[in-house]
Design a protein around this ligand. Structure first.
Ligand SMILES: NC(=O)c1ccc[n+]([C@@H]2O[C@H](COP(=O)([O-])OP(=O)(O)OC[C@H]3O[C@@H](n4cnc5c(N)ncnc54)[C@H](O)[C@@H]3O)[C@@H](O)[C@H]2O)c1
Length: 465
């Protein structure tokens, strides 16, 4: 009789943690077992010498650059910001003051950083989507590790370039798929991997934006055209495709997609509307899309207006001259207002994803298995229901206080793991290393191909190995 060796996999099975086929699941369980284990790790590390803080240069000191840099204020022993490249003067100055950056390490654009010798461990790339490929490729050539915002690139060729060079250079590339680091999705994945749902059959996932978010970012703002940024499915929802790939834990084989831009198009512009809300529009007073109401009167979402002072005169000038004062029916966007993606994964597991806007916005997920189902909402938590008994178990969405940050705690959760991956040069400490995340970008770009060709597309990462 063949002797049965007790392997690590057996141990995991005995612990009730099934489905450890894919290497990244293994990793994620390590993370989810401790579920934001900063305190544990700090306790452990007091036994030996502390690694020095990871040093970083931030390229693009806008919203995201500031978000990740703030981690260094909370955990100065882990991360230190030593340089910045930012073309908007007041942003560069404010950032430099906040992080005490020497004048010689304050640059205008990312190219300037790469013209110098390497002077930090990592580049935090938070430039606009179309400016990810250049600094990522140049930075890896110089030996920097990268924390790289999504979308990785504005087309698959850019993504694949970065993927291939990262392999050649053995670079740690953490992709800012922050949802993977939220307590909510970590717990949800843990439940799926535990096997309590039986055989995994399908997932229905939706992301609905508020109308304000949609018009701000995808009609008037920085992500409005696929020339300037990744297409909306990638720019907004590569997170969602990525979460589906991660939870299912098996490769996606085929995708098809439909979707269109139908509402805010010139043909639908109300009679009397002008190109700008400040241009004497006849319906501005009653228009729920009025830029004057939103930015000038309510003073909301002013960050992207790129003005130093949020006083009335500066806001009005930005609305008269900049992109955010434009009538939503007279913009140059090509972003969809609704899109659906259908996917078939290995073992005939199916998934659907719907993107759109709604007053009832947020991310919602249903996971269906042969023995149970999960119904969840990222803002609240999820419920697991046993088909046989009808018994339900509730998981509330609790964010650990020390990692309280945007995206349900995912922003700091990501930096926490990234720092450790760089310190130990071990990409397995990340659940969103580029190897893990590039595939979901391929799903997105193939879905876009399907939307235009009206064909089902094969998704095959083997072609890019
Ligand atoms: N992970 C997420 O959930 C998430 C959320 C929002 C945005 N993003 C992504 O993060 C990136 C940044 O988005 P944001 O909201 O911070 O935008 P932002 O406009 O606030 O910041 C981008 C900054 O890059 C600067 N910049 C432009 N050209 C530059 C250059 N040549 N060199 C250096 N800096 C330059 C801009 O001046 C700006 O300050 C985008 O790729 C976006 O898609 C990710």
């Amino acid at each position: 009789m063949k002797k049965h060796l007790f392997t690590r996999r057996d141990f995991v099975k005995m612990s009730g943690l099934l489905a450890l086929e894919a290497p990244f699941i293994n990793r994620s369980m390590a993370n989810t077992n401790n579920s934001y284990s900063v305190t544990d790790k700090v306790k452990k590390s007091t036994n030996g010498p502390q690694p020095p803080p990871v040093t970083a240069i931030v390229l693009g000191a806008g919203n995201r650059g500031n978000t990740y840099a703030r981690y260094s204020l909370k955990f100065p022993d882990e991360l230190r910001i030593v340089g910045v490249a930012e073309p908007i003067d007041f942003r560069r100055k404010r950032f430099s003051e906040q992080y005490n950056i020497e004048e010689k390490n304050q640059w205008i654009t990312w190219e300037h950083v790469l013209q110098n010798k390497k002077l930090a461990d990592v580049l935090i790339i938070t430039t606009p989507d179309r400016l990810h490929h250049g600094p990522a490729m140049g930075g890896m050539e110089m030996g920097y590790d990268l924390l790289l915002e999504k979308a990785i690139g504005i087309n698959w060729e850019e993504v694949n370039d970065i993927l291939q060079l990262s392999k050649k250079k053995n670079t740690i590339v953490g992709i800012c798929h922050v949802l993977r680091y939220t307590n909510y999705f970590r717990q949800l994945k843990k439940v799926v991997d535990s096997g309590v749902l039986g055989r995994l059959l399908s997932i229905e996932h939706t992301e609905k934006l508020s109308m304000d978010h949609y018009t701000h970012s995808y009609i008037r703002g920085n992500w409005r055209t696929s020339k300037e940024s990744a297409p909306m499915l990638l720019a907004k929802s590569c997170h969602d495709l990525d979460i589906l790939r991660w939870i299912i834990g098996k490769p996606c084989k085929y995708v098809s997609s439909f979707g269109a831009q139908t509402i805010f198009v010139k043909e639908n512009a109300p009679k009397g509307s002008t190109l700008r809300c400040t241009g004497g529009c006849a319906i501005e007073k009653e228009c729920h899309m009025s830029a004057l109401k939103r930015y000038y009167q309510s003073k909301t979402s002013l960050n992207h207006l790129a003005i130093e002072h949020h006083d009335d005169a500066s806001i009005l000038k930005a609305l008269k001259e900049g992109p955010f004062g434009r009538c939503v029916w007279h913009c140059d966007n090509d972003s969809v207002d609704h899109q659906v993606v259908n996917m078939e994964f290995d073992e005939q597991i199916t998934a659907s994803f719907t993107l759109g806007f709604s007053p009832n916005f947020g991310r919602r997920t249903r996971v269906n298995g042969s023995l149970g189902a999960i119904v969840g909402n990222l803002n609240e938590g999820f419920t697991v229901c046993d088909i046989r008994t009808g018994e339900t178990t509730r998981y509330d969405n609790e964010i650990p206080a020390h990692l309280d940050s945007g995206h349900g705690g995912g922003d700091f959760g990501l930096v926490h793991d990234f720092v450790r991956a760089v310190q130990s040069h071990d990409p397995t400490k990340l659940t969103s290393s580029i190897d893990e995340s590039a595939e979901s970008h391929l799903m997105g770009y193939k879905a876009e191909e399907s939307r235009f060709s009206r064909k089902t597309m094969e998704v095959n990462m083997e072609l890019y190995k």
